[in-house]
Design a protein around this ligand. Sequence first.
Ligand SMILES: Nc1ncnc2c1ncn2[C@@H]1O[C@H](COP(=O)(O)OP(=O)(O)OP(=O)(O)O)[C@@H](O)[C@H]1O
Ligand SMILES: [Mg+2]
Length: 406
Amino acid sequence: MADREPILQVRHLKQYFGKKDFKAVDDISFDVYPGEVFGLVGESGCGKTTTGRAIIKLYNITGGEVIFKGQRISAGPRTFTDAIAAEKKASAARIEKLKNGGDAQAIKDEEQHLAAFIKEQKQAAKEAARDQKDCIRLYRERRAKEIREEYESRLAGAEGDVRRTLEKERDALLHEAAKENIVTKMQMVFQDPISSLNPRMTVREIIAEGLRIQGIKDEKYINQQVYEMLERVGLVKEHAERYPHEFSGGQRQRIGIARAIIMNPDLIIADEPVSALDVSIQAQVINLLNDLRRDMGLTILFIAHDLSVVKYFSDRIAVMYFGKIVELADSDELFAHPMHPYTRSLLSAIPLPDPDYEQRRRRIVYQPAIAHDYSQEEPRFTEIIPGHFVSANSQELARYKAEYGL
Ligand SMILES: Nc1ncnc2c1ncn2[C@@H]1O[C@H](COP(=O)(O)OP(=O)(O)OP(=O)(O)O)[C@@H](O)[C@H]1O
Ligand SMILES: [Mg+2]
C-alpha cells in the first residue's frame, strides 16, 4: 500500500470542545488508501464519531490537518499558536542562559530567530485558513491544471481526428472538474438511522436532497437517480413515496447509504452502520457496503465499537482509546499480534464458535493506571514493524519487541 497515494490523510487531528478544551480527539494520525476498508474501533465516547465529523468538515478542527485527494481541506489554528507558544518558551530559556554569558550579539540573534519563526508560523496559519475556506475552488483549479498538463503532452504531435477526439476528451474532463465539489466526495452514513433521517420527508426527498443542494433541478434526472440508488441498496422504486418510520432499522440504514452514494462519493464514512441492527441484519448491510465498495470503487472508513464486526471486513484497523489511537495495523496482523493492552482487552471480549477456546477465554480488563507507568516517560505512537504502529514508551516498546520476537 505504501507505494500508493493515500486518498485521505489525517495528520495530528485535534478536536477539542468547550471553554475547558475537552479533548474528544487528541492528536491522531492515519492514512486511508484508495479502495480499502479502514476500521476505526473503540469503546463508546472515545471520539470515533467526532473523528468522522471532523473529517467531513462538520467542525472547524482545533489542530492538525485533513488532506483529501491531495487537497488540504481542513487545518486547525492551534497547530500554529501552539508552535509559537512552545518556541517562545524555549527561546526565553535560551536568552536567560545567554544573559549569564553576557553575549549581546547572541541574544540579538536569538530574538531575530524567534521573530522570524513567529512570522513563518503566522504565514502558515494564513495559508491553512485559506485552504480550509477555499478548498473547493483550490481543488478545481488544481484538477484543471493537471488535466491541461496531461493533455498537453498527449496532444503534442497529434493531428486530425485523433487530435479532435483528444481535445473533446480533455474538454469533457475540464467540464467535470469545474463542477466537482471535493467536499461532497466524502459522505457519512450516520450512526443512528432513526434520528439521521428527517421524519417529515419522503424517502425520495431524503435521497435527492444532496443533488438539490448542489443546484440540480432536472426532475427527470433526479428521479432516475433516486430510483437507481434505491435499487443499488436493495430497495424498490415504490419505497420512494414512503416516510422513514415505515421502514425497519436495516432498511433505514439502506436509505442512509442511498443518500450517501447518490453524491457519487470516493470515500464513505460509515459510523457504526450496523450497531443498532439485529445480528441477523448486520451481515446484510455489511455485504451491501462491500458490494458498493467493489462496484463503485469506494473507499470506506468503517467505525465500530467492537472488533468482531470489523474483523473480516477491514483491511486495516486503528484502535482508539480516549481520543487517541493506541494501535494501528493490518487486520490479520492486529489479530495475530496485538501489542497494546487495550487492543488485547478488546480482543478478549470477542466470543468464538470454539468451545475449547471459550473455556479458556478470559476477559482482560484494561486499566491504564495499572497497565502503564508513564511517570518517567510519555508514550509515543511508534511504527514497531512496517505498518504496525503502537502507542508506547521506550520501556514498553522493548517489551513488545521481545514478546514479538523481534
Ligand atoms: N459537540 C460536542 N460538544 C462537547 N462534547 C462533545 C461534542 N461531541 C462529542 N463530545 C464528547 O466527545 C467525546 C467523544 O464523543 P464521540 O461521539 O465522538 O464518541 P464515539 O466514540 O462516537 O462514541 P459512541 O460509540 O458512543 O458513538 C464524548 O465524551 C462526547 O461527550
Ligand atoms: Mg459515535
